[in-house]
Design a protein around this ligand. Structure first.
Ligand code: GDP
Length: 424
């Protein structure tokens, strides 16, 4: 059985926590897209971890963690992350890396950094992890697959060819030093030695695993609204964040994905530029940011303060629909216990007309929020284990959101820890 865990919003919904929790009952956890540009925060018996590239299943000894072909694989980063687990006493996880995954190159990071600097005030708010240049090169067919590391002659020839292209950009557009193809080739050989023990034909492995009735989790990064096709283009990421892409980025049949657990945040937060209709500012935002997540809403990769907003039913309903959500997990609800009342964005006003449908970016940029206000519950709900124990106004908020989403809310997360969960 395959289950996808994906985000309905702009990312940072708490997918890592839900994955870590559900991994307990799973055999295999797969990252199928993205790279080290976004982080998952996980708190468990080993401590607090910010994982960027490793799947959130690495903390159990019964699971296999897989980097799928859809991922932007930063090899030294992967090893650094494995090392940090070791230092904190986590038993060595079982890791497999797809032989078809492509390698995030040192020049991708440079190109991303140079380009953000060139765009200056008009930048996308990239994390400068090289993700956009990586995926551009993949589709321009000048990327490097893991398998190519094992063919020295072709690798050397290709390294030289790609450097020619990159160096035109580096020297003439960015006025930066050229890449030395020999040095790059040596770097790639060192990558090969690092990754060699983990390389695997992942689709074949998964085919056998499915036949054997294994439980598989597909772990998404970011959320629906950052999807390059269905999100707030161009303020999106460069790989698909949707459950549907899980089939491609892991290498399984689409019909194998039976459950799509869509993680929905009980308020809104976003990083990077782009329209954010229910955004709040000033003290109101500072207060929510300070109380949000676990120790404040600051980016796991960059440390940047996240942009904050009220729950956006228009965006979240769209986010669930485009994921094909079969169920929703509502997270960080505990954070909202301080509020007297909770505004919920139930519509967008665009050019004098109110809509409940999420528009394309051009219109989205003109949208103003229409709010409905619900009463707060004014207490701490952490530690509660049963839905009935939640205060009435809290249940009203959940049930209001559930009606707006048109998806059953099967899990309510009321704290950052593995066991802070209310199953319905
Ligand atoms: P992800 O990328 O979707 O995994 O999300 P992040 O890890 O970036 O952000 C979620 C943040 O919220 C992390 O700091 C989590 O520890 C924290 N978190 C997750 N669920 C809850 C919750 O229910 N309550 C609180 N207070 N924090 C949570």
């Amino acid at each position: 059985m395959v289950r996808a865990i994906v985000g309905a919003n702009w990312g940072d919904e708490g997918k890592g926590k839900i994955t870590d929790m559900l991994a307990k009952e799973s055999d295999i956890i797969i990252r199928f897209q993205g790279g080290s540009n976004a982080g998952h925060t996980i708190i468990n018996n080993y401590g607090k971890f910010a994982l960027h590239l490793l799947p959130s299943g690495v903390f159990y000894d019964h699971t296999t963690s897989i980097i799928g072909n859809g991922v932007a694989l930063n090899i030294p980063y992967l090893f650094q992350e494995l090392q940090s687990l070791k230092e904190k006493g986590v038993p060595k996880p079982k890791i497999l890396v797809s032989d078809r995954a492509q390698i995030l190159m040192p020049y991708h990071v440079l190109q991303d950094t140079y380009e953000e600097a060139r765009l200056a005030g008009k930048s996308f708010g990239s994390t400068k992890s090289g993700i956009a240049p990586f995926y551009s090169d993949k589709y321009a067919k000048i990327g490097f697959q893991v398998s190519e590391l094992f063919d020295e002659e072709t690798l050397r020839e290709k390294t030289e060819r790609v450097c020619e292209i990159k160096n035109v950009l580096f020297e003439h557009l960015y006025h930066k030093p050229a890449i030395d193809p020999n040095e790059l080739y040596q770097t790639l050989l060192s990558y090969r030695d690092m990754v060699a023990p983990y390389v695997c034909d992942v689709p074949a492995y998964l085919h056998e695993a499915l036949k054997a009735g294994k439980n598989i989790l597909l772990e998404g990064q970011l959320g629906s609204l950052k999807d390059p096709d269905h999100g707030i283009y161009p303020m999106v990421t460069s790989s698909s964040t949707l459950a549907a892409y899980g089939a491609i980025g892991a290498g399984i049949a689409p019909y194998e994905i039976r459950q799509i657990t869509t993680v929905v945040k009980a308020y809104s937060s976003a990083v990077g530029a782009g329209a954010f209709v229910s955004e709040i500012f000033g003290e109101e935002a500072d207060e929510l940011r300070k109380r949000g997540g676990d120790g404040g809403e600051f980016g796991v990769t960059t440390g940047r303060p996240r942009r904050m907003g009220w729950f956006d039913a228009v965006a979240s309903r769209y986010g669930c629909r485009i994921q094909g959500a079969t169920e929703a997990a509502l997270t960080v609800l505990d954070v909202l216990g301080y509020l007297d009342e909770l505004p919920v964005c139930v519509g967008y006003e665009i050019d004098g007309q109110i809509t409940r449908d999420f528009p394309t970016t051009v219109k989205l940029n003109r949208a103003k929020p229409v709010y409905e206000t619900l009463p707060g519950w004014k207490c701490d709900i952490r530690g509660l284990k049963k839905y009935e124990e939640l205060p009435e106004n809290c249940r009203r908020y959940i049930e209001f959101i559930e009606r707006e989403l048109n998806v059953p809310v099967t899990m309510v997360s009321n704290g950052p820890g593995r066991d802070d969960i209310i199953m319905r």
